[in-house]
Design a binder for this molecule. Structure first.
Ligand SMILES: CC(C)(COP(=O)(O)OP(=O)(O)OC[C@H]1O[C@@H](n2cnc3c(N)ncnc32)[C@H](O)[C@@H]1OP(=O)(O)O)[C@@H](O)C(=O)NCCC(=O)NCCS
Length: 151
């Protein structure tokens, strides 16, 4: 298993990016300025996009594991990798997600804690209703993880 940073032709991963964030125009807001990582074992199982949001503040904008490879630990390995990768510069990691038990339990398992909400984010920013497991996503739920290293 290896994780590589992808700097060229990031849109080759569009099918997986759309699994994590189903509107391409929203992906276009962060893909170029973000760092894209891909986990291979031996083919690509998981992708993740991380942006810098301020001094020492980084955000996971997108993470997705291929449907056939889910629940095998790849997502958690990817989160551990990016937390380690940014450790020298980061004091805080953020992630925003829909109010869905699946993704909330995933991030909580990765050590994130619920921080705050952006009401109506999915209504205001997406051109169609987004559903996860039959439930419409309305608010963006932000989770946070403080990194302990001294900066
Ligand atoms: C969220 C996602 C990235 C998790 O990736 P993954 O590789 O399946 O995750 P892991 O196998 O590392 O799971 C780690 C833990 O997260 C939790 N988890 C993962 N999938 C879960 C599910 N379907 N239901 C409940 N908990 C889940 C579990 O606690 C799991 O640990 P366990 O298997 O030991 O119980 C994956 O489900 C996915 O790609 N979903 C679609 C895209 C998406 O919603 N992305 C997030 C929004 S940006």
């Amino acid at each position: 298993m290896q994780i590589k940073q992808i700097t060229q032709n990031k849109k080759q991963f569009l099918p997986l990016l759309l699994l994590g964030d189903e509107q391409e125009s929203m992906i276009d807001r962060y893909l170029e300025r973000g760092d894209l990582f891909a986990l291979y074992d031996p083919d690509c199982k998981t992708i993740c996009v991380v942006t810098k949001e301020g001094p020492g503040i980084y955000e996971i904008k997108n993470i997705a594991t291929s449907p056939h490879a889910q629940r095998q630990g790849y997502g958690q390995k990817m989160v551990q990798f990016v937390l380690n990768y940014y450790q020298p510069w980061a004091h805080t990691f953020l992630v925003g997600t829909g109010d869905s038990p699946l993704t909330l339990s995933f991030y909580q398992k990765c050590g994130f804690q619920v921080s705050h909400r952006i009401p109506n984010f999915f209504i205001n920013h997406y051109d169609h209703a987004i559903y996860e497991n039959g439930k419409q996503l309305i608010d963006m739920v932000y989770l946070k993880k403080e990194l302990s290293a001294q900066k």
